[in-house]
Structures are given as C-alpha cells and as structure tokens.
Design a protein around this ligand. Structure first.
Ligand code: SAH
Ligand code: SF4
Length: 447
C-alpha cells in the first residue's frame, strides 16, 4: 500500500493497467470457501481469511501472518486483497477531515472522505465516511465537480467496499471506529444499483463489515426506477434525495435527469420508500446564491414536502471552477431554513468540510483534466444564459443525460404515492444506541 500526503497537484493518470483478479471483499463467503477447498485447504481457513479481510489491520496478503506463506501467495495470485491500495491522503479542518484519492486497478481515480465529529455533550463521537459508487457521473449536475468529469465507469462491489476497509484501518490506528457511511461521493449510486446493493449488503452483514443498516445512507439525484427497486427490497438504509430545486424549470438545469423524472415523481417515489421502510427520507438542497435560495424557492419546497415528515439539509454550494455561481450567504441560508421550519419541516444547515484541500467530491480527480481557460469561460457563459431561462420559468429543451434506464415510472409512482399517503411516516428514532447518529446523513465533507 502506498499511502502518503499528496503533493499539491494530483499525479497524471497512467495508462490503464488491467488486473483480472477480483477483489476479495466482493467474493461471497461460500465462493471463498469453495476456492479454499479447491486449493486443498481445510474448512477452518475460510474463517481465518475472513478475519484477515474484515477484522485485521493488514493492508495486504503479505501482512496476513496468520496464514502460511504458500497460502498467502496462492491467494494473492487469485484475489486482490485491496482494490484501492494506492491511496493518497489530504488532511483538512485541523485533521478532522481526511480526503482520500484512490487509484483503481485500471488507473481511474475515485475519492472518499472521512469526517471526524468529536463527542459533544450527550452526543457521541461520530466518524462518517463518504464513498464513491462510480468513477465520474453521467448525470452532469453543473454545480458538481464529478458531474463535470462525465461518466467513466461503474465501480464493482469490492472497489466500493475497499474504500470503507481502507478508512477502517486508518481509524483503528487512531483508536476510532466507523459510525456512519454515506454514498455521497463520486457517482450516482442508483445508476450502479446492483453493485451498490451488493456492497451495502456486505457492509451491513454482521459476519463481514458489520455496520448497522440504519447507519448507511444512499443518496440519489432522483433515479425513480432505482428508488422503486430499493423500495421493493425494503431495507433499513436511509435514503437521501438530492433535490436542489422544487420547481421543474430550475431543477431541469441543476439536476439534468429531472428532464426524465420530474421533481414530483421523485418525491412520490421517495414517499413510497418511506412508507415501505418506515425510514424518514432526507432531502439535500445545495444552496446557490440568488439562484435557488429565494423566499419563493423556500415556499415551493415547503409546499412540495408538506406533510411528508421529511427532513431538509441545506448545504452552501462549494464553489467549483467551471460555474459562474457562488454558495448562498449564511444570512440567506438562515432565512431559507427559517421559512421551511415555519412551514413545519425539519431542517439542518450543514457546513462544508475540507474546502481548503480542494475537497469538493470529484475536485481532486477533476484537477487531472484541467480544462483550458477559454473552455471554462464558455461553459460559465452557457450557465449564465441557462440560469436566466430557468429563472424565467421555462422547462429545458435539452434531452435528459444519455444512458439512463428506460421505462416510464408512471403507474408505479401512483401506487407508491398512494401507499405513502396511507401509512404514517416513522418519526426519527430517538432511542439511544451504540454509535447512534442523529437522523439525516451528515454532510459529505467533500463540499
Ligand atoms: N449522485 C448522488 C450522490 C453523490 S453527490 C447525488 O447527487 O445525490 C452527493 C451530494 O453532494 C449531492 O447532494 C450533491 O448535490 C452534493 N454536491 C455536489 N456538488 C456540490 C457542491 N459543489 N457543493 C455542495 N454540494 C455538492
Ligand atoms: Fe452526479 Fe450527484 Fe454530482 Fe449530480 S451531484 S453530477 S448526480 S455525483
């Protein structure tokens, strides 16, 4: 494992190297047992290997001294111990935020962010990790550094889980443990749903990573069929929906897949998830000065979520180079939050973490593809024009991003909305429990 503080610029991506070995974290226990049997090992080895993968601090097969050298070599030939072994770290916020840039076996870069919240009063210490589900993202939200990169590829189960194992090892070395996990890094989790569900199962399996299901949050920009698939599974994971605008004209601009699944369909699907799981949905609202933070926006949001029992997280936009926009001022955020509260919604104002290390998720990876100044200027001009059109109330004429799943969500939306209306939304769980977090995902520190 190479692990060090990164230099001020990220190294260029090398030519892709393909490594056919699967990551051990994505191999099911029965498959692992079968593989060990094929290698002529006794049955108890499976438990030893599981301990090395899930409970030891070993960063590589070499360091798993509970296994003999020939077995370690045999396993290393077949399985990668860690698919994110090459990781660079940056620290921020007096070391309370740690940004990791992981190089995958094919040279792609993804990011995870570890945030430490010390115990305060009644509140226990929290250590929250924000992880990536894709390299890049196809959705293309214009305020997001990852969206600017475009879509590169889906991560597999091991590549997702290994970000967490990596962070766990760093935490353990400081006498800490992971309390919360959020899919709020690079990528749209519901556009890589098989791997995300697979990873969530591994991470919440008591015999493997063992995180409490309620401590895992999946964030989506509003892929309605994906929300419905999750609803059918009815897990105890928290669903966060990135809303950013309550009106379609503005959301078409800020979250381009709104052109496929408009805001009401997204909220109805989320209500269906809340009804099926008893878990309160939280809404993320990135606040952009003068664009989506007016009293009229707050009122539209309050009307949209009225009676849903949901919670809104207001997040000042982290500035990213290619936009003409700034984050809302604290005064505007307070006023916006106040209007939502007055309308009966739960609201949290999040603060950004890790700004001084260029830590908007996707920013480190975006540095590698530094765009020429003229291209950035053209993009900003286009966004100024598009913002003016959106504020005038016009729906976008541009198509939805390519590569979204097909199918009309219509009838299912109606059913989930009806189910939601028929069942009360669970109140936040106030029982004290080990590592229990306040409801709603903590802000991803990367912003
Ligand atoms: N694709 C998923 C999950 C990853 S993005 C989603 O959009 O929900 C996670 C969160 O980071 C989203 O709420 C997203 O809107 C927010 N985000 C992206 N760029 C940001 C920026 N520049 N400042 C603040 N938050 C940002
Ligand atoms: Fe993708 Fe989420 Fe960024 Fe939008 S905010 S581009 S959905 S990662």
């Amino acid at each position: 494992m190479t692990e060090r503080t990164v230099p001020s610029r990220v190294r260029p991506v090398p030519a892709a190297s393909s490594d056919p070995r699967p990551g051990v974290a994505g191999v099911e226990p029965t498959e692992l047992a079968g593989l060990l049997a094929e290698m002529g090992e006794p049955a108890f080895r499976a438990r030893q290997v599981g301990d090395a993968v899930w409970r030891s601090e070993a960063p590589s097969w070499d360091a798993v001294t509970t296994l003999g050298l020939p077995l370690r070599a045999g396993l290393a030939e077949r399985l990668r111990f860690d698919t994110v072994a090459e990781t660079d770290l940056r620290l921020a916020d007096d070391d309370a935020t740690e940004k990791a840039l992981h190089r995958l076996p094919d040279g792609r870069l993804v990011e995870s962010v570890l945030m430490h919240y010390p115990a305060r009063g009644e509140r226990r210490e929290r250590n929250t990790l924000c992880i990536s589900s894709q390299a890049g993202c196809a959705v293309g939200c214009p305020f997001c550094a990852t969206g600017e990169l475009g879509f590169e590829r889906d991560l597999d189960v091991a590549e997702i889980v290994d970000q967490v194992r990596h962070a766990r090892r760093r935490l353990v070395s400081r006498g800490r443990h992971l309390t919360n996990l959020v899919f709020m890094g690079m990528g749209e989790p519901l556009l890589n749903l098989d791997a995300v569900i697979g990873a969530a199962r591994v991470l919440t399996d008591a015999d493997r990573f063992g995180l409490g299901a309620r401590h895992l949050t999946i964030s989506t920009s509003g892929v309605v069929p994906g929300i419905e698939r999750l609803t059918a599974l009815s897990p105890q994971w928290t669903l966060a929906v990135s809303l950013h605008a309550a009106r379609d004209s503005l959301r078409d601009l800020l979250v381009p897949l709104n052109r496929r699944w408009p805001v009401r369909a997204v909220v109805a699907a989320a209500a269906g998830y809340a009804a099926a799981t008893g878990r309160r949905v939280s809404y993320e609202y990135v606040m952009i000065d003068g664009l989506n933070d007016t009293p009229a926006d707050a009122d539209a949001l309050a009307r949209l979520l009225a009676g849903s029992g949901s919670h809104v997280n207001c997040i000042p936009m982290n500035p990213v180079a290619h936009t003409p926009w700034q984050g809302s001022t604290p005064e505007r955020i307070d006023a916006f939050a106040g209007r939502l509260r007055a309308a009966g919604l739960g609201v949290t104002i999040r603060r950004n973490r890790g700004q001084e290390v260029g830590a908007a998720c996707g920013q480190l990876a975006a540095e590698k593809s530094a765009e020429p100044a003229a291209a950035v200027a053209r993009r900003r001009e286009r966004l100024v024009a598009a913002s003016a059109a959106a504020l005038a109330g016009g729906r976008s004429q541009d198509p939805a991003p390519p590569g979204l799943p097909a199918g009309s969500p219509g009838p299912e939306i109606a059913r989930t909305a009806a189910r939601a209306a028929a069942r009360p939304i669970a109140r936040p769980d106030r029982r004290p429990a080990a590592g229990r977090q306040p409801p709603g995902p903590p802000r991803r520190g990367s912003r």
